[in-house]
Design a protein around this ligand. Sequence first.
Ligand SMILES: Cc1cc2nc3c(=O)[nH]c(=O)nc-3n(C[C@H](O)[C@H](O)[C@H](O)COP(=O)(O)O)c2cc1C
Length: 149
Amino acid sequence: MVYRWMYISRATTSEGSLDDVGIYLKSRGRNRDLCITGFLHRECDHYAQYIEGETESILRLRSLIMQDPRHTDLRILAQGVMTPRLFAGWEMAYASRGALGFSEFHRDLGRKRDLSVATLSETLCYMQMATADGQAVDVMRRFPDRRRM
Ligand SMILES: Cc1cc2nc3c(=O)[nH]c(=O)nc-3n(C[C@H](O)[C@H](O)[C@H](O)COP(=O)(O)O)c2cc1C
C-alpha cells in the first residue's frame, strides 16, 4: 500500500540559494533510504511536491517538511492511500531551471495558470508530463541509479 502526500507552499528562501538547493541534495539520500519517490518543483516563489511511499515514512517526512522554515503557507492538495506509485524510480524528480515550467506547460495548452493557485489535477498533469519517458526527459535531471522501487 502506498501513501501519498502533495502540497503547494511558498518559499522563504531565494531560488538557487544554498538553503533552496540543499533541499534537493539532502532529499535524495533520505528518500532513497526510505523508498520514498516523488516530484519536487519550484517555480518563482512556490514549491509543489508530491511524495509517495510507506505510510509511516511519509507521515514522518510530512511532519519534518511541515515544520521546515524554508517555506510557509502549505496548501495540501492530496493525502491518503494510493496505488500504484506515480513516480516509481524517481527519488525526487525535479524540473531543472530552464525546463518547461508549470505556467509555460499550461500556456501551451491554452490556459493561463499560476503554480500558487494550481489544482491537484493541473499540478499532477504537469509532473507526469515532465517525467514521462520520451517527452521532457532531456530537460529533467534523472537520478543516475534510476530503478524501480
Ligand atoms: C519544499 C521542501 C521539500 C522537502 N522535501 C524533502 C524530501 O523530499 N525529503 C527529505 O528528506 N527532506 C525534504 N525536505 C527537508 C525536510 O523538511 C527536513 O529539513 C529534513 O528532512 C530534515 O533532516 P534532518 O534529519 O537533517 O533534520 C524538504 C524541505 C522543503 C522546504
